[in-house]
Design a protein around this ligand. Structure first.
Ligand SMILES: [Zn+2]
Ligand SMILES: [Zn+2]
Length: 354
């Protein structure tokens, strides 16, 4: 087996180097995974530009991935060479207060593959065996690289506990599209997705969302949601953008007694003002959710494998790892792109859907 591998290393903010680095050495409980595809995530942009995990650079980012097991540690149970897999990226100490509470995302030693430790914009990655999930035969490697974002949306959806026949308004048409689909799967009606990207809103419509609102049409989304809910506001609102302004909008379109699912990630020092009078007398609930973890992964795999979530219309293209940096930039400016995957095994872009 080779001892070095090709990797895209974020050396410092706004600098990515394609270079040979050592293949990760696995411990007894680890497996080594030959990476097949990695989906580019907004978090990668934040790491690349130094807004997130800057203290972890140099770092190999990449955390939405699929691959094949290349090597198995001697105490890594239930897995073998050649297994098609992905891995839960969320790792914790297992013994602190939060881990004992079953809240591993709050662990004081919490770290994520490709965000705090080296990830998958490389030929190989290592992961502890108990984080690894096998891909069902019916799941492609591309869909396998999409399990992580689906698991995050499932985590938020479970936290909000959307009920049959309840109205759901989602602000955002990135992962907001998936939030809309999950609300549909939970029996909500009507499901409303609000965004500014016509292509993504069209995909949301195709996936069964009832109403889409394009803010570029000049309509006030708060007024529109109220119009669709007899003037009350939505029973559930999902904020999936991550700006103070859209959080303010989310509160404004939430009905008394409703639940706001906080999903979009703002800057660490962003603030919003909330009217406590309205919060208390309106008995409003706010639920935060950080990432998909544990059973969120098996649930995501089940929904993808059964075809209840068909993400292929969101898949735009695969780029060689050498083009990671240009693809990160292109995703910021090209509104026709949705999900872009990276591969170390190709030399030319492959277009998936237009
Ligand atoms: Zn991600
Ligand atoms: Zn812990």
């Amino acid at each position: 087996m080779a001892t070095t591998m090709k990797a895209a290393v974020i050396e410092k903010p706004n600098v990515i180097a394609i270079k040979q680095v050592p293949v990760p050495e696995i411990g007894d409980i680890d497996v080594l995974i030959k990476v097949k595809y990695t989906g580019i995530c907004g978090t990668d942009w934040s790491i690349y530009t130094g807004k997130y995990s800057a203290d972890k650079l140099p770092l190999i980012a990449g955390h939405e991935f699929s691959g094949v097991i290349a090597q198995v540690g001697k105490n890594a149970r239930g897995l073998k060479e050649g297994d098609r897999v992905t891995a839960d990226i969320n790792m914790s100490c297992g013994t602190c207060f939060y881990c004992r509470q079953g809240q591993k995302l709050m662990c004081r030693d919490f770290h994520q593959l490709g965000i705090h430790v080296d990830g998958t914009y490389a030929e190989y990655v290592k992961a502890p065996f108990d984080q690894v999930h096998k891909l069902p035969d019916s799941l492609s490697f591309l869909a396998g690289a999409f399990i992580e974002p689906v698991s995050c949306v499932i985590h938020s959806s479970k936290a909000a506990r959307v009920t049959h026949g309840s109205s759901v308004a989602v602000i955002g048409s990135g992962l907001g599209v998936l939030h809309g689909l999950l609300a549909r799967l939970r029996g909500a009606a009507p499901v409303i997705v609000i965004g500014s990207n016509a292509k993504r809103l069209a995909i949301a419509k195709d996936m069964g969302v009832d109403v889409t609102i394009n803010i570029k049409d000049g309509k006030d989304p708060v007024a529109e949601v109220k119009k669709l809910t007899d003037g009350r506001g939505a029973d559930f609102v999902v904020e999936a953008v991550g700006t103070p302004a859209s959080y303010m909008q989310a509160f404004a379109m939430l009905r008394p007694g409703g639940t706001l699912a906080a999903f979009g990630i703002c800057a660490p020092d962003d603030q919003i003002s909330v009217n406590p009078f309205d919060l208390v007398l309106g008995e409003k609930t706010v639920v935060g959710s950080c990432a998909g973890v544990g059973t969120d992964w098996t649930d995501a795999i089940a929904l993808l494998a059964a075809g209840h979530i068909k993400p292929e219309s969101m898949f735009s293209m695969i780029v060689p790892v050498e083009e990671l940096e240009s693809a990160l930039k292109q995703l910021r400016t090209d509104p026709t792109l949705t999900k872009v995957f990276v591969s170390t095994e190709i030399s030319q872009r492959e277009i998936l859907s237009t």
